[in-house]
Design a protein around this ligand. Structure first.
Ligand code: NAD
Length: 503
């Protein structure tokens, strides 16, 4: 039994909650019906934020404003160099407020502060990358169609984009979408998660300060059904960029299909790390702990299935367990913390429910498995579940908590079958010194990313997204700006047209 956590109260707990208003048309405004929404800090248990809570009427106004900014405003018509300059200015302003933004994400999500700083630093890098891409966006020309014809293919901004984001990486995920949409010349309406909206509003302030024209970015706090759903169905929205659960992604796509909108979907994952006996097992053990417990496992990319060769399973898991015991679990504001708080009490119940069901099915709870007593907030002990089989819910469904499910294999064919036996296909990792083994796994795993002898690294240059039910489309990478464009073909005919149809 681990000792109860004593969580120190931060200065914010004694102050009034920070207030945020909707950003519509360059102004921060109350919701039209005056409603507000509060967020309690999951790590400390006090009310940290109060937002204006948007409803359908606010969505209507925000979409109309974004549409007008697109149809008649300067943003889509500017030189790419001018748009890039504003994105670069925004990156500098984010960097200048990095600590403040990180702290907001920590207080609302419960993630560890050192990790949050890394995420905001990563976001700065993405804004700069998008600024660079803005200036590379171009179409194609075809001078090979005969003397009388020149074909030109333009890349035009698609229009108003609805951006809907989850709670687990509040600032990072909006930064994987918005700068690319802006680089293309689009306008946007954004709905962050109702649990973690604060840092997105700070981003709104920053964009205004960086010189973004009014109405180009509009931000609405509120619930999925009230705000997200009309943002998807609205006829003036041309594209929906959604990150969240596969369940809501499916509903969103069905709704977007009614008006044939373009959709980009970044959804859930049930990712495997495959560990072979010839691997650097020390490095693999560290990556297993990182993959399982980073962001308290509340991570689409979590390496939640540890798929280990049977011959090394006992020794390897012993090392993983020892590292797990060394990890600091607790106050998200403590710089040493690796595993912070869980997003909500309901989510704790969901995660522990999976562990209990696995235990009832005959699994061994190798460590953890319980909610940790704490003076404030909600925390879970990092958990390793052994003797998991492929048919169990804990092996197939996204648990989204600090829970590593261990499965074993005896051959590479079996390891691959286990890895692919899930409806998801976001990412996977392979650990082996053999190039043959690494290449076989990398080529045969059905997932959007495969890490070879490393895990969960990310770069703006590399596309990210899922196979199967983990999503549709890719974010980041050199085509990220193109995603937010339409192609237009123009055919220029020179001289008198020949081959008349009648006449
Ligand atoms: P969620 O699907 O519950 O919510 C995501 C967003 O959708 C929120 O802003 C929510 O308010 C909104 N929403 C809810 N109902 C809606 C509706 N009917 N119409 C439109 N919008 C609606 O997800 P979550 O719990 O916030 O986040 C966790 C999930 O996100 C996990 O499944 C995780 O794997 C996934 N995720 C995926 C990636 C990725 O890049 N693939 C990254 C982070 C998180």
């Amino acid at each position: 039994m681990n000792a109860p956590l004593n969580i120190a109260m931060p200065a914010e707990a004694a102050a009034a909650p920070k207030s945020y208003r909707l950003l519509i048309g360059g102004k921060f405004v109350d919701a039209q019906d005056g409603r507000t929404l509060e967020r309690r800090s999951p790590g400390h248990g006090f009310t940290v934020s109060r937002y204006a809570q948007a409803g359908a009427a606010d969505v209507e106004t925000a979409v109309q404003v974004a549409h007008k900014a697109f149809e008649t405003g300067p943003w889509p018509r500017m030189k790419a160099a001018e748009r890039a300059a504003i994105l670069l200015k925004a990156a500098d302003l984010i960097e200048a407020r990095l600590d403040e933004i990180a702290r907001l994400d920590v207080l609302e999500s419960g993630k560890p502060i050192a990790q949050a700083r890394g995420e905001i630093g990563g976001a700065v890098d993405i804004w700069r990358y998008a600024a660079a891409l803005a200036r590379t966006l171009h179409g194609e020309s075809y001078a090979n169609l005969g003397d009388a014809m020149l074909g030109v293919v333009l890349r035009e901004p698609i229009g108003v984009v609805s951006i809907i984001t989850p709670w687990n990486f509040p600032f990072l995920i909006v930064s994987q979408k918005l700068p690319f949409a802006l680089a293309a010349g689009c306008t946007a309406v954004i709905k962050p998660s109702e649990m973690t909206s604060a840092s997105t509003f700070v981003l709104g302030e920053i964009l205004m300060q960086a010189g973004l024209p009014d109405g180009v970015v509009n931000i609405l706090a509120g619930l999925g059904a009230d705000v997200g759903a009309p943002m998807v169905s609205h006829p003036l929205v041309e594209m929906v960029s959604f990150t969240g659960s596969t369940r809501v992604g499916r509903m969103t796509m069905a709704s977007a299909a009614n008006s044939l909108k373009k959709v980009s979907m970044e959804l859930g994952g049930k990712n495997g790390q495959l560990v072979f006996p010839d691997a650097d097992l020390e490095a693999a053990a560290d990556a297993a702990v990182f993959g399982g417990f980073f962001n308290a496992g509340e991570c689409c990319n979590a390496g939640s299935r540890l798929i280990v060769h049977g011959a090394i399973a006992d020794d390897f898991l012993g090392a993983v367990k020892a590292l797990t015991a060394k990890m600091v679990v607790g106050d998200p504001l403590d710089d040493r913390t690796k595993v912070g708080a869980m997003i909500s009490a309901d989510h704790v119940a969901k995660v522990t429910g999976y562990v209990t069901a696995a235990e009832n099915d005959g699994c061994r709870i190798y460590c953890g498995g319980k909610q940790r007593a704490s003076s404030a907030g909600q925390y879970l002990d990092p958990t390793i579940v052994r003797d998991v089989t492929e048919d169990m819910a804990i092996a197939r469904e996204e648990v989204f908590g600090p829970v590593l499910s261990v499965l074993t294999f005896e051959s590479i064919e079996r390891a691959l079958r286990i890895a692919n036996n899930t409806p998801y296909g976001l990412s996977a990792g392979v650990w082996s010194a053999s190039i043959d083994t690494c290449m076989s796994v990398a080529r045969n795993v059905r997932s959007g990313t495969v890490w070879v002898n490393t895990f969960m690294e990310g770069y703006p240059e590399l596309p990210f997204g899922g196979y199967k039910q983990s999503g549709l489309g890719r974010e980041l990478g050199k085509r990220a700006v193109e995603d937010y464009t339409e192609e237009k073909t123009i055919q220029f005919h020179r001289g008198q047209r020949t081959g008349w149809w009648v006449g």
